[in-house]
Design a protein. Structure first.
Lengths: 326, 326
């Protein structure tokens, strides 16, 4: 497995996207997101997605050179119509006004609609925290999670992310997690390895708990923590799809298929100004961090996960990346 | 077990609170909250709390006749200093301005600080939904949950609630849940019954998973869904304690102890105007509700839980209530 500099990953990814029709902003911002995912060891949201981006630029599932439409229907609310382009471009277009809105109002929403998959949601909330604001994010996905007691795939893995700035800058707490018990990849990996899966991950096509990965793939995932995660997944669904006017997860086509309709996904963010509270917020943040630090084995979410300057990339993935870049 | 009309529960609770020193607003609003909890079968947050309210009115742990201080430091942010009084009184004082702020700005925060325990958080977010807004709520509590891999009690059961209005009024979706795997009461009940507890509920004093309720009571609860629930519990902590300037959970004294410091808890709410999105929000809400309704055994959170007009109350609890009311 070759060790590749993250800056090189970004450069080659950018070239690959540009070669397949992405405009300047799309190539630059999506490459940044891919490189950042790799730098945090998040392979699923890194180079593994690049081929589908390039193929879908060709088939028109994602539009690589549209200009997002930013509006501000209310003082605390910034809306971005991604116009079926990349989520990173739409977010970037709306972020400055959303930051200004949060500083003026204490809290603001940034609702991105009709976007391509945003892949790693934490990429976006981290930017909010780096601007000194608390960032919450929610996005929907293809349908894969069944309700407790049910068997239909109603919502996606519907992740949420939450990033908190430190008193003197940086990101003091960061989480980016699906609301399902596990990612679908864990089931496909168990199947490939010929292993069974633990109870509590999935149900079969009849809604019965299963430990058979094959039956799970014909059935559905379940929510993290059962009914509690189901509630949070639905909350994410209503924020991400409902408040942006994008598709409900049940209507979203498989994300990586070469052909098909636009993803038409929503990403909903809340930006909260901790400064509106004086120093109390940071006092509590640091107090909680200290208590956690005093407990061996425990850590703040996101702590100890620094961005790496170079990462291992599987041979086949790197060869494909270079090929995509021409 | 006598069957008691909820209106009678409210009346007697109000009398009990007034008799123990609660002012008019506190007696009326806390009685409403107690009656509503009972009407939804939520006994833990109903009459079981009344004795501690009355006792603590006497000892000064809660101040029964303070006027909360409402300020609006930013257009989208309403703060209420509960001044160590009841959470219900503080929320009621800030709600009208927070609703107006959400309508004007698209989104607004209502941060209630230095309050007594709010008991059922859903009591508050339901009011937000009944006003036609999406309501999210978070509150902290006494320390009882340890981090994954740790053993210290860092945060409380730290509940969150989320209530969504229907297109034509009412509450279409409602959830109110702790971020811990279970409530502490499930451990104490298992202990009383001489039963073991399932793995995944608690750890012992050394941070090891345990099925022994005794060891769990000397240890800590764990978060729902492990690391994912831990992240959400911390998010609740930072919103509820940090953004309101109230105590971190580690510093909160046992809620029902007769003597001791003020609870000094925080409740943080977000109010989001779905109308700012035109009808799209309700289209998605109804679509998701229909898909769930088509799946036998599945339901929307909060669905099928109508308020009851009369409820069973254990003899001892009702006798105590009547005694408290004199």
């Amino acid at each position: 497995m070759p060790v590749i500099e993250v800056s090189r990953i970004e450069e080659v990814t950018r070239a690959a996207l540009a070669r397949h029709g992405a405009g300047e902003a799309a190539a630059r911002l999506v490459a940044k997101a891919v490189a950042e995912a790799e730098s945090y060891g998040n392979r699923i949201c890194g180079l593994y997605y690049l081929e589908s981006y390039c193929v879908q630029l060709g088939t028109g599932r994602v539009l690589g050179d549209v200009v997002p439409e930013v509006t501000r229907p209310r003082p605390g609310m910034v809306r971005v119509d991604a116009r079926f382009g990349f989520a990173q471009v739409a977010f970037d277009a709306g972020l400055p006004e959303a930051i200004a809105a949060a500083r003026e109002n204490g809290v603001a929403a940034l609702a991105v609609g009709h976007a391509h998959t945003c892949t790693a949601l934490g990429f976006f909330t981290r930017q909010i925290a780096e601007a000194g604001l608390i960032g919450y994010g929610a996005t929907n996905a293809t349908p894969i999670v069944a309700p407790p007691g049910g068997k239909r795939r109603v919502i996606g893995t519907n992740p949420m992310a939450f990033s908190v700035p430190g008193r003197r800058g940086g990101v003091a707490l960061h989480l980016d997690q699906s609301t399902s018990a596990v990612a679908l990849g864990k089931i496909t990996m168990a199947k490939a390895a010929g292993e069974s899966i633990p109870e509590g991950w999935a149900v079969d096509a009849e809604g019965r708990p299963t430990t058979d990965p094959d039956a799970a793939l014909k059935g559905a995932l379940v929510s993290s923590g059962g009914a509690k995660g189901w509630g949070i997944g639905l909350m994410v669904e209503l924020l991400a799809a409902g408040l942006t006017g994008s598709l409900a997860s049940v209507d979203v086509a498989p994300l990586k298929a070469p052909e098909g309709p636009h993803h038409d996904l929503g990403q909903y963010y809340l930006l909260i100004d901790p400064g509106a509270e004086g120093g109390a917020f940071f006092d509590r943040l640091e107090q909680v961090a200290e208590v956690i630090a005093s407990d061996p084995g425990a850590r703040m979410p996101g702590q100890g996960k620094e961005a790496m300057a170079e990462v291992d990339v599987p041979d086949a993935v790197w060869a494909q990346t270079l090929e995509l870049a021409g």
